[in-house]
Design a protein around this ligand. Structure first.
Ligand code: KG4
Ligand code: ZN
Length: 339
């Protein structure tokens, strides 16, 4: 397959609780990116319910794909390949997107490609700034993952550090649940922390001086214990102090990683990289250490299909299309290429 600047990819993302479709040309020209969020459906359960997510994807997918093609202003014939997230994620949710993409690939007689969702998150930053140069250090922080990755080129990654327990987003969601703030916790804590004092409580910065791994489980427990002992303390000060501990550790470790590998830049990715404090501090501290810091737009940080299409363009260029026997893989690792 000849993959070039005019190659158009339609991508579908259904790994968790967003049903998304996007049309991207040449790997970085986003012609459309539609995201239908299920947050309202899951909020009353305080988290994503897998079976409910699969059903909601079934309902939303066809309208979302139609809107993506329509908004791109192209006819389906103009699409050169159809991509879908093949993992990691919820198996029932992934299967909806993979099956739909394979069906479209058969009907339109266009190649199919299954994409690793984690690899796609790395591409969100490159989509917004194609001038970035390798090697890059990417901080990937989402509800399910927290990793510091060295990206030496397309498809060439090393995980330098990761969480040994909870993911950063998971810590936000669990603290918010304890404070009965609502779901998902990240955006709510981000918002109320703006009115709080980040130095009100000196929460622990676990593993601050031990390598590049991080840990958030003890911090979550400290917050819970502190609130139990100090029930009158304002949620805004708790939120700001908790956030300050998370952001401090993430910035320190990412900059340390960038120094170790001589990175040409630091890129953020994943839902937690939409966080205002993380964006501001990583920019300030990264720049002060001499690094260029690339922040994807907030829409590109959280789950979307444009990043899947961008990753698909690069994978098609390096490896070509995939066989329709490619399945859905809930436990895919960053280095795994779906087949
Ligand atoms: O990447 P994402 O959309 O889904 C995956 O987990 O793959 O990330 C969702 C996570 C949730 O835990 C949510 O609370 C967190 O990202 N999040 C935030 C913010 N926006 C979303 N965390 C902190 N601050 C935010 N502004
Ligand atoms: Zn994600």
């Amino acid at each position: 397959m000849n993959v070039n600047e005019s190659t158009v990819v339609l991508a579908i993302e259904t790994s968790c609780d967003e049903t998304a479709a996007s049309v991207v040309m040449g790997g970085n020209d986003v012609l459309s990116s539609i995201v239908s969020s299920q947050i309202d459906i899951h909020a009353r359960f305080g988290g994503v319910v897998p079976e409910v997510a699969s059903r909601a994807h079934m309902e939303a997918l066809i309208p979302v794909v139609n809107s993506a093609v329509e908004e791109a202003g192209i006819l389906p014939q103009r699409i050169d390949a159809v991509a879908a997230t093949a993992g990691p994620g919820l198996i029932g949710a992934l299967l909806v997107g993979v099956s739909a993409a394979k069906a479209l690939s058969l009907v339109w007689d266009k190649p199919f490609i299954g994409i690793n969702h984690l690899e796609a998150h790395l591409y969100a930053g490159l989509l917004d700034d194609p001038t970035l140069q390798f090697p890059l250090v990417v901080l990937l922080v989402s509800g399910g993952h927290t990793m510091i990755i060295e990206m030496r080129g397309h498809g060439d990654y090393t995980i330098l550090g990761r969480t040994i327990d909870d993911a950063a987003g998971e810590a936000y969601d669990k603290v918010a649940r304890y404070l009965t703030l609502g779901y998902p916790g990240g955006p709510i804590i981000d918002k109320i922390a703006a009115d709080g004092n980040p130095t009100a409580v000196d929460f622990p910065r676990a593993m601050m001086h031990d390598g590049l791994d991080v840990s958030f489980s003890g911090l979550k427990t400290s917050v819970i214990n502190y609130v139990r002992k100090n029930p009158t303390m304002s949620n805004t000060d708790i939120a700001a102090s908790f956030q300050s501990a998370v952001v401090d550790v993430l910035c320190a470790k990412t900059i340390k990683a960038a120094q170790q590998v001589g990175a040409k830049g630091i890129v953020l990715g994943g839902g937690v990289s939409a966080n205002s404090a993380l964006r501001a501090q990583m920019t300030e501290r990264g720049n002060a250490a001499g690094f260029r810091v690339a922040l994807p737009s907030r829409a590109m940080c959280t789950d979307n299909a444009a990043m899947i299409a961008a990753a698909a363009w690069h994978r098609l260029k390096s490896d070509g299309p995939m066989d329709l026997s490619c399945g859905a893989y809930p436990n895919l690792k960053l280095s795994d290429v779906p087949r």
